[in-house]
Design a protein around this ligand. Sequence first.
Ligand SMILES: [Zn+2]
Length: 257
Amino acid sequence: MKFQLLPSTFDENGRPSARQHLACFVIDDCVAIDAGSLAMAATDAQRKQIRDIVLTHAHLDHIAGLPLFVDDLFATLEEPIRIHATERVIRVLEKDIFNWQVYPRFGELENDNGNVLEYRKIKPGRAFSVKHLSIKPLEVNHKVPSVGFVITDGKTRIAISGDTAEPEDFWRGVNAEESLDCMLVECAFPDELGELARASHHFTPQLLQKEICKFRHRCPIYVINIKPMYRERVIAQLKRLNIENLDVLEIGKVYRW
Ligand SMILES: [Zn+2]
């Protein structure tokens, strides 16, 4: 399985900068998990192939690139972009994004080949297929309705938490899997912002350390979704905790699991 966290921003020479402002993970160049930087950072090959976008939740850093991605491809799409999301997330997108005020309601528009945008409802606990992948959504604990996922291509199986804090259902779900090749878990804030993390339902390194003992698999753990202004601090605090198998996911790097 090929896996990449797309960059969010670029330096003056066009190189990806080492801070994650937005969340967009691409699997095998053809399926996107969240769409924060999808329109801005997808390669030409990814732009050509990605027609399925799976969303954890509707916060802007996870969907910012979605309307622009559909817009960029509008005239050339030969099949619709399919958004896989829970009913509550779809409702937010239709009410607050694709509402003719912020952006066109692409679900009502067609190009010469037909529809350009379709929704596929997903439900926590119920696995669904996207291309060659089987994806199981698991409810997580965030400020708004959110899910994480267990994703497999038949050979490799990974889990991704999305934004969350203390996600009991998620731990139960991933622990029920026979094996996992890797786990991606968020850690948004540094320890000194524990109160803010609790209020906004995110992890800090210490909160993550307390929770990670509920995770039974001994696979590599990669930290994602670190708020860009606290990145160095969070990474330093995580290193001090010395949590087994834990590393920070590199932005832009192509992983193969
Ligand atoms: Zn969020």
